[in-house]
Design a protein around this ligand. Structure first.
Ligand code: AMP
Ligand code: GLY
Length: 426
């Protein structure tokens, strides 16, 4: 089979590496890709947000058998619907199911209607009414722009003053554009043992009939050590989550995952693809913080390397709605990903810095914002590389990952030094 993966980041490079191991995959393509994907796939210079351009490319390339749509924005735009209408086979939800991520008001209403545990929230399209409600509730409180905002449309406000300013930013100043026309004002969820609360990301394959959780992972969204600084797309991940147990998995399947799959079916919005559950462990059990309609980034970087089953077999089983028939197996042990970013990220940063990578042994370097310029590897984004190492436990994987990090450098490179230490039990 010839397979095209849509997207440019570390997640897409990781998906391509997993597909490269498939005994059934012959040639890989990536639209548009980066310097890392170029080493294992043919990069295609078409803008994937331009649906007509993607359709034209698909028409001209009948040799491509399968499309994987990985990022949230083309999913929300309905790229899967368009490709399927041309008779192409795809991995990823249709537009009417991708709404589970692209509208936080939709997903909150869905959880309320089907009794799926989540934070209490109210939705507002009026600034004055939202302000009145925020003042009634007081801090801490969480504000969320309804639409897609590059993972940055959530403000966790510790004081009423922050909340009042945040509301103005989202609804009046429109810092997240139209995504902030509607705002969710949400109860602050406290963790069971840690502050800020303990979160786990659970990605799951689903074909709308069966839902199969993958191994768990934990993200690090803040830019600086100790979960301080600005929110980012994710500065590192590790797998598995230390507080995850078989019992917790059973609870989450029963109270969250299966009910979500059934709810989407009942709404006529069957979800097929990878459904991402961002969960918080609270004193009242596991609750949903967010849904994503896709693989997480950088969660994928520590999950897919542990997959033993052929990923192409799983993708096709989802497309053909026979996920129940295949057995999905994982390696034992742990995996850690340390993200290396450009100085200044998540605010402004410069591109085009030359990257030097020394001898890093069996550690994998995943490319996100990279490019080739005059044959040299250079930075081309905020999150540039993900350094991924496996070990028999998180501590061993963490040591290996950081030894490799110390052999990579460019002018302005920064990273967190504490990936893989949180939530240590006992
Ligand atoms: P999201 O983009 O929805 O994942 O939110 C970004 C981050 O904000 C989450 O990973 C949490 O750390 C935090 N967050 C979101 N909602 C809540 C909530 N209701 N209570 C506490 N923290 C939250
Ligand atoms: N790492 C969080 C996300 O992919 O949304």
């Amino acid at each position: 089979m010839n397979v095209l993966v849509i997207g440019n980041g570390g997640r897409e490079h990781t998906i391509l590496l997993a597909l490269k191991k498939s005994r059934r995959v012959e040639k890989l393509y990536c639209m548009k890709g980066n310097a890392g994907t170029a080493e294992i796939a043919e990069n295609v210079g078409v803008d994937y947000m331009n649906i007509e351009a993607v359709k034209k490319f698909a028409e001209e390339h009948p040799e491509i058998d399968y499309y994987v749509v990985a990022p949230d924005d083309p999913l929300a735009l309905g790229l899967v619907d368009e490709l399927e209408a041309m008779g192409k086979r795809c991995f990823g939800p249709r537009k009417n199911a991708a709404i589970i991520e692209s509208s936080k008001a939709f997903s909150k209403d869905l959880m309320k209607k089907y009794n799926i545990p989540t934070a209490e929230a109210q939705t507002f399209d009026s600034y004055d009414k939202a302000l009145q409600y925020v003042r009634e509730k007081g801090a801490p409180i969480v504000l969320k722009a309804d639409g897609l905002a590059l993972g940055k449309g959530v403000l966790v406000c510790e004081t009423l003053k922050q909340a009042e300013e945040g509301l103005k930013e989202i609804m009046l100043d429109k810092s997240f554009g139209a995504a902030g026309n509607v705002v969710l004002v949400e109860e602050y969820l406290k963790g069971l043992k840690y502050n800020p609360g303990e979160e786990v990301s659970v990605l799951a394959f689903t074909d709308g009939k069966t839902i199969v959780p993958m191994i768990t992972s934990c993200d690090h969204k803040r830019a600086s050590d100790g979960d301080r600084g600005l929110n980012t797309g994710g500065m590192g991940t590790f797998s598995p989550c230390p507080f995850w147990t078989k019992e917790l998995e059973q609870e989450v399947l029963k109270t969250i995952m299966i009910p979500t799959m059934n709810a989407m079916n009942a709404e006529g919005r069957t979800f097929k693809g990878c459904l991402y559950f961002g969960l918080m462990r609270t004193d009242k059990g596991m609750k949903v913080v967010e849904y994503n309609s896709r693989f997480g980034d950088p969660e994928t970087q520590v999950v897919l390397p542990m997959l033993k089953t052929d990923l192409m077999d799983i993708f096709e089983a989802v497309t053909d709605e026979r996920l129940a028939d295949i057995k999905i197996e994982w390696e034992d042990g742990a995996c850690v990903c340390v993200v290396l970013a450009s100085g200044g990220y998540p605010l402004s940063y410069v591109k085009g810095k030359e990257i030097n990578i020394g001898d890093i042994g069996d550690v994998t370097v995943i490319h996100a914002g990279t490019a080739r310029k005059d044959g040299k590897l250079v930075t081309n984004g905020g999150r540039v590389l993900g350094v991924v190492a496996k070990g028999k436990n998180v501590e061993e994987a963490r040591r290996k990952a950081y030894s490799a990090v110390h052999k990579i450098e460019w002018d302005g490179m920064f990273y967190r030094t504490d990936i893989g230490v949180k939530y240590r039990e006992g």
